[in-house]
Ligand binder design. Structure first.
Ligand code: FAD
Length: 406
């Protein structure tokens, strides 16, 4: 890396000094040929070559060159999109079907195959299910060591498989299991991993995966690339994509991957499995969700939401504002720090539609918004936008439903 200040261009205006976030640049007075002048001087121990000073300088007096690290990876050797087919006690998780749908689209754009990886015991029978949902190939790794999820053997086998087959993209659910073992795989292969993605795209020319996720506390959406390394790995949030449709009898290849379990490290011992019996809100099965936000005005407002939900056979959701106001328990929260949902109908009552809420419900088939501000993001996004006071609109809807059933 190299940074240079041109003495003939620098006027000592201090713009660079105030722009530098690292206090790495200061203006000093110099004396040359009996003439005093001011000059920017860079402290190389503090400079991280971020380029802020170069941008701030109006006199083109600073120039810098940053060495781009080269990975030495031959990207042409890597082809194919892979989905990690997470299963728990032999049941494939729904997120896998969502990933197969998106994986198929990405693979189509890249003109490559879509593969799934099943790791477990007695799970080969599930491979055809994955083919029916769009996988062209399914790698099956079976051994009693995989009977219960443990980080070490699972990350070991997936690492070996990736090193052997060299896929260019590997996707998995941002579930407890995915979040736990996939960073280990990425670190072993020395590649990048983008966690909690909410949108994916590929550039067919560079074959780079554009991985979008909330960043800086959810205040921005960051699109992250892994341009120098392969594979490109992402975990994806639940319900961001629709499930792949079933095509019965679809043809595909099932490859049994024989592994020498002696080569797998295992530093933990599985003692037992205790099921969480806490009551959770069942958003996964909900076709209709009626959600309330700050616009409800009070705890009483939620009575309206609950009444409407009950009439429609719907589940009750909420924005974080309503949770923070203690109007409803946090298990009902939808959004970036709550649950991601994709019902057939999402009814948002008094919710403005900030990005942190939208990432949790934006994939709903039909969005109905009730809000007195027609310009708020939720009303702009909604399939049907009902403008007005929810305390007037919701009781009208309730009366209408009740009278239609009489
Ligand atoms: P507001 O934004 O205050 O909107 C209230 C709406 O009600 C307004 O549009 C108003 O016009 C309307 N209204 C008011 N009175 C009436 C009436 N009588 N009739 C009809 N309409 C009315 N938020 C989430 O929801 N989920 C998350 O997971 C989440 N995670 C976050 C994570 C981070 C890191 C951060 C920083 C924020 C997060 N938030 C989350 C908060 C988010 O930014 C918003 O603050 C929140 O979603 C706002 O909730 P709201 O729409 O209910 O309230």
């Amino acid at each position: 890396n190299c940074i240079k200040v041109f003495t003939d261009k620098c006027v000592g205006c201090k713009m660079c000094e105030s722009a530098c976030p690292f206090n790495a640049i200061s203006i000093v007075e110099r004396l040359e040929h009996r003439k005093k002048f001011k000059l920017a001087v860079v402290d190389l121990n503090k400079c991280i070559y971020c380029g802020s000073c170069v941008q701030a300088c109006k006199f083109n007096a600073i120039e810098f060159k940053k060495d781009v690290p080269q990975s030495g990876v031959d990207k042409n050797l890597y082809r194919g999109v892979w989905i990690y087919a997470e299963q728990r006690h032999g049941e494939v998780s729904n997120i896998v079907y969502e990933l197969l749908n998106e994986g198929k689209r990405l693979a189509g754009k890249l003109g490559t195959a879509l593969s799934a990886v099943l790791i477990g015991v007695n799970i080969k029978s599930k491979a055809q299910e994955l083919i029916n949902r769009g996988a062209d190939k399914v790698y099956v790794c079976e051994d009693p060591i995989f009977a219960e999820f443990q980080d070490d053997p699972y990350s070991g086998v997936l690492t070996q498989l990736i090193e052997k087959e060299k896929p260019e993209i590997v996707l998995m659910g941002a579930t407890n299991i995915g979040r736990s073992f996939v960073p280990r795989v990425a670190a072993r292969i020395r590649t990048g991993l983008t966690a909690d993605c909410v949108s994916l795209e590929v550039d067919p020319e560079t074959r780079n995966l554009r991985q979008t996720r909330p960043a800086f506390g959810g205040n921005i959406m960051a699109t992250i690339l892994t341009p120098e390394h392969r594979p490109q790995m992402s975990t994806v949030r639940h319900k961001v994509f629709k499930e792949a449709k079933i095509e019965e009898g679809r043809k595909g290849e099932i490859i049994e991957y024989k592994i020498d379990v002696q080569t797998l490290l295992n530093r933990t011992r599985f003692l037992g499995f205790i099921k969480d019996t806490n009551v959770v809100v069942n958003f996964a099965a909900a076709n209709i969700i009626v959600s309330g936000g700050r616009g409800l005005g009070s705890l009483e407002g939620f009575k309206l939401i609950k009444e409407l939900a009950e009439l429609l056979g719907a589940t009750v959701g909420a924005s974080r504002a309503a949770i923070d106001l203690n109007w409803i328990p946090s298990s009902h929260q939808i959004g970036q720090t709550g649950r991601t949902v994709a019902p057939k109908v999402y009814i948002a009552c008094g919710i403005s539609g900030q990005i942190q809420h939208m990432v949790g419900m934006g994939s709903s088939d039909i969005i109905i918004a009730i809000n007195k501000d027609a310009t708020c993001p939720m009303m702009q996004t909604a399939t049907y936008a009902l403008e007005g006071d929810l305390h007037e609109i919701i009781p009208c809807i309730i009366t209408e439903i009740k009278s239609s059933r009489c």
